[in-house]
Design a protein. Sequence first.
Length: 312
Amino acid sequence: MQIYLPIAEMAVSAETIALLGMVVGVISGIFGIGGGFLTTPFLIFMGIPPAVAVGTQASQLVASSSTAVVGHWKKRNIDMKMAGVLLAGGFLGTILGIYIFKLLQYFGQVDLTISVLYVLFLCSIGAMMLSESLTTLIQSRRKNLTDDDISTNTPTKQNRYQRLKEYLPYKMNFPDSRLYISVLIPLAIGLVGGLMVSVMGIGAGFLLVPAMIYLLRMPPLLVAGTSLIQIMITSAMACILHAVANQTVDLILAAILIAGSVIGAQIGVRLSKYVRGAAARFILAAIIMIVGLKLGSALFIPPENLYEIVVQ
């Protein structure tokens, strides 16, 4: 069934969009990620303008993260004081990202910029994940160790960042996380998250979670819920600003994607018990690399129509 998207100004197959949402939902359920960094490239492959794909994806992030936040709230797995500082940085990053987005839109370079950023981002993240997962698989086969054994036996040592963290000013106490650190660190993490939501349409949970664990040294139990609050609120703010300032949020497209992703996530959760550890990370890395290379190839292959007339 063909359905017209008023903001994207094109007709698409509703079944295809729903299937896309379902596939990304399955991947999210299996690997425990938001899936935003895959949804936007897939929408671009289908012909959706990158600006509309980014703005609409922000609304899907709000829907997907809000349900998880409720569950973590009931279990009290959220550091509200840390979430507030992350949100302060996220607000600054979101506003800055919207301004950059509008500036690129003014110069007519927003589509190219989004595509290039996704190619660099997906290929770099995919390459690092492939390297890490392959190394872990080789080590586990040689030594017959599990992922937990390998991570436990990895030596840790004081590095320059840890020494720098001790000298940073504006220290604040976070009782729930049992931390006394400079407020500049979570502010910077939130700023990066806000930028990625507004410019690339991704929640950046796969960056926020490791940063909160390894840079802030937060208890893992509190990390997921705290990061999801930051993602949910900054995504909602980015969605509103995109709709008001850039007019790039297509609610019909968002509704179909959300419906498909909800169903797919339930399927992915049931399949997750069959894919674990380094093998799961290797499969995810391969998917990310394939999407990144496919998106990158489109930047070098000449289009069928070199010139296009658009009536504004």
